[in-house]
Design a binder for this molecule. Structure first.
Ligand code: PLP
Length: 385
């Protein structure tokens, strides 16, 4: 079995050649520190600001509203801590509103702000499909005066459910509460037009859209209260200290431009393959069901519960057959605890142990999907025996 099929694009994606080519000179030739006055520094600084403009333009932001980060985890930490602490200092607002299905980058930060910094925390309920009810947000917001920040993810990394972000954003704007969305899984797949989304902050990670790992950006609407997480330099207009990683930032801007250009065509192609995969698995495997929303779902993500199998064994068997999949989030696999996302949408621990996620990407072909659909029922039958 020489064929290898990568269906874990929600965990990470390969860097495409155009992105490698764009980054390369900034490692070896134009390696200056973007803060230096000399020509090496100026060259790096020009590239940095060009990348900032490129990204800003594509999400309808001003360049100075883009802060470069080390990725999605830092973006979420900076948004939650930075906004909650600054807004509380300015207004006394002491409540954080989020959901129980957030990535741990948001959820653990919210728990820390509650446990170590005295914030009150509201976790909005989600439906079985993983959807937040805008009416529940409206109720939790009240007149907004008590609320420091709201954070609700754009699309879920385990079950692919897409939240009605513009509706939720409008509710927050109506009472003047800063709204952050973790757009890590949405970037390159859904529109990040910040004005339409009504967000004050939005965090993104480059390695989910064929850019390098360890870099991302945080959009922060002008005027949003914010204290920097990292201090010690005036980089990023005093909002994120540390020498900018120019090669990775250039790579991210290139990858984001490519992803935005191909978003519509990529999306409809993957949606076709995804639906083929879902239909065939639901038909071909006994005792299986789809998790997450049917319609409000990422085009590239199919997630299931396969009852009476352990995800870990299933992943190993799939890997032996040359198929790379996941049981949920890459960060959670390996820990024996059932996923907090599956728990929050009402799955029993026994069912949650049979979670399987396929996430498709640019390299995915109809042939590959056909192979998975043929192999999976055989593997499940063997494991159950
Ligand atoms: N948020 C979501 C929804 C994610 O899926 C991930 C990564 O899987 C992150 C945040 C963290 O991003 P990063 O890996 O860039 O730190």
């Amino acid at each position: 079995m020489s064929r290898l099929i990568y269906l874990d694009h929600a965990a990470t994606t390969p860097v495409v050649p155009a992105v490698m080519a764009a980054m390369q000179p900034y490692f070896t030739e134009f390696y200056g520190n973007a803060s230096s006055t000399h020509r090496f520094g100026r060259r790096a600084s020009v590239a940095l600001e060009q990348a900032r403009r490129t990204i800003a333009e594509q999400i309808g932001a001003a360049p100075k509203e883009i802060i470069f980060t080390s990725g999605g985890t830092e973006g979420a930490n900076a948004a939650l801590c930075g906004i909650a602490l600054a807004r509380r200092a300015a207004t006394g607002a002491n409540r954080i509103i989020t959901t129980p299905i957030e990535h741990h980058a948001v959820l653990h930060t919210a728990f820390d702000l509650r446990d170590h910094f005295g914030f009150e925390l509201t976790l909005l309920p989600v439906s079985q499909e993983g959807l937040v009810d805008p009416a529940a947000l409206t109720t939790a917001l009240g007149d907004g005066k008590e609320v420091a920040v709201v954070s609700i993810m754009y699309a879920n990394n385990e079950i692919g459910t897409i939240q009605p972000i513009s509706t939720l954003g409008a509710r927050c704007r109506a009472v003047d509460v800063p709204f952050h969305t973790d757009a890590v899984q949405a970037a390159g797949k859904l529109s990040l037009a910040v004005a339409e989304l009504g967000v004050a902050a939005l965090s993104v990670s480059s390695h989910k859209f064929y850019g390098p790992k360890g870099v991302g950006f945080l959009y922060l609407r002008n005027g949003t209260p914010f204290w920097p997480l990292l201090t010690g330099g005036s980089h990023e207009q005093d909002r994120r200290a540390g020498t900018e990683n120019v090669p990775l930032i250039v790579g991210m801007a290139t990858a984001f431009t490519l992803a935005e250009a191909e978003r519509a065509t990529d999306g409809s192609r993957l949606k076709g393959l995804r639906d083929q995969l879902i239909g065939n698995i639901l038909e071909g495997v006994d005792d299986v069901y789809l998790t997450g929303a049917h319609d409000q779902r990422l085009d590239n993500l199919a997630s299931f519960v396969i009852r009476r199998v352990e995800a870990e064994s299933l992943l190993i068997a799939l890997d032996l057959a040359g198929i790379a999949a996941s049981s949920g989030s890459a960060c959670a696999s390996g820990s024996q605890r059932p996923s907090h996302v599956l728990e929050a949408i009402g799955l029993t621990p026994a069912d949650a142990r049979g979670a399987l996620r396929f996430s498709l990407g640019r390299s995915t072909t109809a042939d590959e999907i056909a192979y998975v659909v043929e192999k999976l029922p055989q593997i499940v039958t063997q494991l159950r025996q």
